[in-house]
Design a protein around this ligand. Sequence first.
Ligand code: NDP
Length: 488
Amino acid sequence: MSSTIKPLEFNGKWDLSPALESTDHIDVKKQYELFINGEFVVPQKENYFSSINPASEKKLSIIAEAQEVDVDNAVLSARKAYNGHWGRMSAKERGKYIFRIARLIQEKAKELAVIESLDGGKPIRESRDIDIPISAAHFFYYAGWADKLVYAFANRNPTSVGVVGQIIPWNFPLMMAAWKIAPALATGNTVVLKPAETTSLTALKLAEIIQEADLPPGVVNIVTGAGKTGSLLVNHHDIDKIAFTGSTDVGKIIMKSIAGTNKKSTMELGGKAANIIFDDAPLDQAVEGIINGIFFNQGHVCCAGSRLFVQESIYKIVLRKLKDRIQSLVLGNPLDKNTDIGAINSKEQLKTINKYLEIGQKEGAEIFQLNCDIPNKGFWCPPTLFTNVSQSNLIAKEEIFGPVLAIQTFRTIDEVITKANNTPFGLSAGVWTDKGSKIFNLTSKMNAGVIWANTYNKFDPTSPFGGYKESGHGREGGLHGLMPYLNL
Ligand code: NDP
């Protein structure tokens, strides 16, 4: 008896069963206070704001808003710790505390990953495999440097800067806190950190970890609130340095406010990276690199490869592969392990992204989006690409900070270098080619702090990260990341 086997049909979508990460093991309090002098304290004016889950719009917690007097208290406690026990502690002892924080982050990794996804909307695969491990790795890495500064900067007598005000954005909440706090402590400074209003929860969990690690009071203080709290910190007379990560616009405001003072600064600002695909590139890998470059963390990435340059001879095939790959992406619940594209971080950010989607179409670019169901609640934007884009289009010039890719073509190396450098930003770039010589040629002529070759969005604590031009100044990560926290 013969039977016919029906061929499997594949329409570009996998039929995946839900694989929800559990939330049983997480502890999110109904209300969070400010973390000052080693304790959680009620803000003087008792003002609180809500932190919501952007995938469901449900309230997760209410969080204290720091006013002037609270920021004063936090800076005072950081100053006392700097002039007292922390300032007198041996570098070796200091290092032990930083190691302890790193180990506790590892221990609580599962809880932190779930909270990061709930609070920020990012897929659990990313918070679990990227955000939290990299946060721990930064503390481990800088713990190792604490007692080796005299070797790292031989004959330069490195000394700490003092009390550091640190302000971070919402796209990698715990990771940004780690990038800031770990090198500051390793170099002997004390810290007042302000997380972003929409994503304070993991910074507050870090405060609990810091308590558990028995870090002396006042060494790390965390003041929650919105931009006004950040500005109070920036303008505080007893701050020695501001380390800021955020938008170029706010970076400029901060630089104006500290001009004429003795405050040092590090600015990690926006970007509009070129991701360049040559006709000799391994195309399937390059397509994965394009997808990862722009859709990782819903495109809420300063170094996102948001401007794609494809060599004209392979444009059609790259575009087809890219569209096919986009159709296979899964948008949905960030806590589902199958999810590729989570929620947009806030209603405001979704509004900004949608504004650019309209502008792009009005400018004459052609839009293509993942065809998928959008959940009823929450803030969502399907992965989007624009073709027929020109250099002068706003979608090719301005940072959108969402899952939106603007595609252009090129014929020669010189042409693509000129096009790639035609931006006020200079944070990152990617190049895909089979030829090492092309990589060297291109990387030496492009104005970008980080350039990835045949890969994208790779982060490592040993590697410096930072920008040129309007993408900021100073470096985080590696030996370079110690320097802004030292007087040399
Ligand atoms: P914003 O500049 O709006 O905010 C960044 C931080 O600054 C937040 O904590 C914010 O508070 C605070 N803030 C806002 N206004 C002021 C002010 N006047 N004075 C002091 N602090 C203030 O950026 P986003 O949070 O929207 O983050 C996205 C930006 O961050 C993008 O441009 C992105 O490219 C950039 N970024 C850069 C990175 C880099 O390494 N170069 C890495 C990651 C992001 P609140 O949010 O509570 O209003």
